[in-house]
Design a protein around this ligand. Structure first.
Ligand code: PMP
Length: 318
């Protein structure tokens, strides 16, 4: 779908996958005015195709649009784009455990203009790709590298938006994580509070069963995290959103007050954190049963193996 000042949203269409042509002066190439989402479609045992809380992705895309001075796509258009793509590409939704069709909606400034201002011409696209299991051979705890030299987001910045610039800023620290034999990087805010990983939110399980997750204006509000926390509340756990510093994390693990640490996001669903490593420390993290049992409950709902009590699934075919 295209958008222009004065013209609104127009020209919705499904077209064969292929290159997009852009003017070399298109604003997105110079100023990064772009946002995106990540969502999956799942095939149930009866062959039907479902997606998970797409309204939440649609609303988050709108919040990202506001921050990046892009036009807000109505949520109904967002949902329609998913339906129409799955109507033609539904055969690509794979069968089987942990298999899905990954949907990538994105919007960018395509106006050719070298001045710095919000573009007057914008495009919204949706592409899809079959995705296999994130973990080959079962869920593995991930090792986390503490990024001490780089920040992902600043106060008042774009941290809570899903925009390419945040990911561009995380690439160098992510390479540092690999150089230090870690899978993922964790970012702190300027006060030393834990924010999130490059592409996942973090949750701590306390000794009394309370789940604590960082609350900050500069992190991406994950839909997986929100869902996992709701499932935990259903089981009688308390949930708290509050700042948690690196020192509180390390001391909590050392004293036994923190009994589990896990990360969550659409791609990996839920994964225990096995190790936290920094320039001068290496902390093994406690492992426990909660992360894996919440993961199982959530994936059972997504794949139609368990009742969808919250009405989270939206059927895409038929
Ligand atoms: N934080 C960041 C930076 C992410 O990229 C993602 C993945 N979208 C998440 C958290 C988790 O969000 P969600 O559960 O909606 O996938």
């Amino acid at each position: 779908i295209c958008w222009s000042v004065g013209g609104g949203w127009h020209r919705p269409r499904v077209q064969p996958y292929g290159p997009i042509s852009l003017d070399p002066a298109a604003a997105v190439l110079h100023y990064g005015q772009e946002i995106f989402e990540g969502i999956k479609a799942y095939r149930h045992a009866d062959g039907s195709i479902h997606t998970f809380r797409p309204d939440q992705n649609g609303r988050r895309l709108q919040r990202s649009a506001r921050r990046l001075a892009l036009p807000e796509l109505p949520v109904s258009y967002f949902l329609q784009s998913i339906r129409e793509l799955v109507a033609v590409d539904g055969a690509w939704v794979p069968n089987g455990d942990d298999q899905s069709l990954y949907l990538r909606p994105f919007m960018f400034a395509k106006e050719a203009f070298l001045g710095v201002r919000p573009a007057h011409k914008v495009a919204y696209y949706l592409i899809a790709s079959p995705a296999g299991a994130y973990f080959k051979g079962g869920v593995q705890p991930v090792s986390i590298w503490l990024s001490e030299d780089y920040a992902r987001a600043a106060k008042g910045g774009t941290g809570s938006a899903k925009t390419g610039g945040n990911y561009a800023a995380s690439l160098l620290p992510q390479s540092e994580a690999y150089e230090n034999e870690c899978d993922q990087v964790v970012f702190l805010d300027p006060e030393g509070n834990v924010e999130e990983l490059g592409g996942m939110n973090v949750v701590f399980v306390m000794k009394d069963g309370t789940l604590v997750t960082p609350q900050s204006e500069s992190i991406l509000e994950g839909i997986t995290r929100d869902s996992i926390l709701q499932l935990a509340v259903d089981r009688g756990h308390k949930v708290e959103g509050r700042a948690i510093s690196l020192a509180q994390w390390r001391e909590g693990v050392a004293s036994g007050d923190i009994v589990e640490v896990f990360a969550c996001g659409t791609a990996a669903v839920v994964t225990p954190i096995g190790v936290l490593k920094g320039k001068d420390f290496f902390d093994v993290q406690p492992s426990g049963p909660l992360a894996l049992s919440l993961r199982e409950e959530l994936t059972d709902i997504q794949y139609g193996r368990r009742e969808d009590r919250h009405g989270w699934l939206v059927r895409l075919d038929g």
